[in-house]
Design a protein around this ligand. Structure first.
Ligand SMILES: Nc1nc2c(ncn2[C@@H]2O[C@H](COP(=O)(O)OP(=O)(O)OP(=O)(O)O)[C@@H](O)[C@H]2O)c(=O)[nH]1
Ligand SMILES: [Mg+2]
Length: 421
């Protein structure tokens, strides 16, 4: 099965909790703080594996959860960092954030990798909070939660040339002739149901990759036949090799065929529409082909046409030569501007926001929420530190300015506090 699109939820690992602990030694009634820091939570990394051709390995997963860092311990023992999780994907995989629909990354190079969900940092142990003023702090932090997001993975195969055209025009036959690929070939329509890739080796030692795509028919862009979805696999190609049955072996007219397919391409995407196109006039062994090609050239005088017969193996050398020459002059296709990738972007530039919900003041913002999640509210000094930071961020002043009175309730995530001066 060929899977080229799926959604998956990512839950990166939380950091390990910091530890609150004091040294116990013989003859030392109350030693100094020795609670160690928690280890880092595991991140979720996506990495290209050139042996993979589809996203099928991931299609059974609803979510991917990475492990938590180890908790810190007494005697200044740090918790171990959790090992990052590496998810392997085929080259050509684009990763989108489902909530924002923004592109997070586009993985095309061999072994390229990117951190998509970051693990949380370890909470600090009480030893780390020791200062001149408070040499024996009785609090520590919890680990930072890991990032969570739902991503959509979309595969667009990496190929230099895309074979497109009506069903049964001979696209797969051509692929099998010029590359080592052995796609299914048959006289019925829609023999090819998913893209096949083949490597074409040239005499000069160079090579290029060609993709054989399922057949298109009129109305494909509105879902007729196999629809137009797989045209996305031509998005990264440099050349569209448009295969036409010049022998009219099924009674259609090549001029109409060309117009219909062009129309579907142009409806599909501007990028595809503007790609270099070479017409592969196939089945030139058939009786009608000479008359048809004369009419075709008259109708479309500007098109670049290579006449071939996959059956008699004529014109194939010339076609390969033409494709390789053209490829030399076409730059790499960049589908996305890397500077626009939205990894690690914080939702808003303001550090927090305050909304009033009846009698409750609802405070939100990444920084304050993270602080809250990392605070151990069963440790008085931890609570005091939280209160200090809450004030330090200016939230307390802002609440007052907005009219909050002592005794009002303040909510951050699921926690409720009483506001007091
Ligand atoms: N006479 C003749 N028949 C050909 C030639 N090339 C391919 N065919 C025949 O055309 C039929 C369809 O070939 P395929 O290669 O499966 O066509 P396709 O374009 O991949 O078709 P779909 O995958 O269904 O879109 C087969 O019966 C082939 O043997 C040719 O040059 N001359
Ligand atoms: Mg085919």
């Amino acid at each position: 099965m060929f899977v080229d699109e799926l959604n998956v939820k990512l839950i990166a690992g939380a950091g390990g909790d910091g530890c609150t602990s004091f040294r116990r030694e013989k003859y030392v009634p109350m030693g100094g703080p020795d609670g160690g820091n928690g280890g880092k939570g595991a991140s979720i990394i996506f990495k290209v594996d050139k042996n993979l051709k589809t996203l099928i390995d991931l299609s059974y997963k609803k979510f991917i959860k990475a492990p938590k860092g180890e908790n810190g311990k007494g005697s200044n023992k740090y918790g171990k960092n959790a090992e990052d999780i590496i998810i392997r994907v085929p080259a050509g995989t684009t990763i989108y954030d489902v909530d924002t629909n923004e592109v997070l990354a586009d993985l095309t190079l061999e072994d390229e990798e990117v951190v998509v969900a970051r693990g949380g940092r370890g909470g600090k142990g009480n030893k780390s909070f020791a200062t001149h003023d408070n040499p024996a702090p009785k609090f520590s932090e919890k680990g930072e939660p890991g990032e969570e997001k739902i991503v959509r993975l979309e595969l667009k195969v990496l190929a230099d040339v895309g074979l497109i055209g009506m069903p049964s025009v001979g696209k797969s036959t051509l692929l099998s002739l010029i590359s080592s690929a052995s796609p299914k070939i048959a006289a019925y329509h829609f023999t090819t149901l998913s893209p096949n890739l083949g490597v074409v080796k040239l005499k000069n030692g160079k090579s290029f990759v060609i993709a054989d795509l399922p057949g298109l028919i009129e109305g494909a862009s509105s879902g007729v036949g196999l629809g137009v979805e797989f045209l996305r696999h031509a998005m990264r190609t440099k050349i569209l090799a448009h295969v036409i049955d010049m022998g009219s072996s099924e009674g259609r007219n090549p001029i109409d065929d060309y117009k219909i397919i062009r129309n579907e391409i142009e409806t599909y995407s501007e990028l595809l529409k503007n790609k270099k196109e070479i017409i592969v006039a196939n089945k030139m062994d058939l009786e009608n082909s000479q008359k048809n090609i004369a009419n075709f050239k008259k109708e479309f005088p500007g098109l670049e046409i290579i006449e071939v017969s996959c059956m008699n193996n004529t014109g194939i050398e010339q076609l390969i030569k033409k494709l390789s020459q053209e490829l030399e002059n076409i730059p790499e296709v960049k589908l996305y501007d890397e500077s626009e990738f939205k990894l690690y972007k914080f939702e808003d530039s303001k550090p927090y926001s305050i909304k009033r919900d009846g009698n409750i003041w609802v405070v939100s913002g990444k920084e304050i929420e993270t602080l809250l999640k990392m605070t151990k509210f069963n440790e008085d000094e931890g609570v005091l530190r939280f209160a200090r930071k809450f004030k330090g961020m200016g939230i307390e002043d802002e609440l007052e300015r907005l009219g909050a009175k002592p005794g009002d309730e303040v909510q951050i995530l699921d926690y409720m506090f009483t506001f007091k001066e």
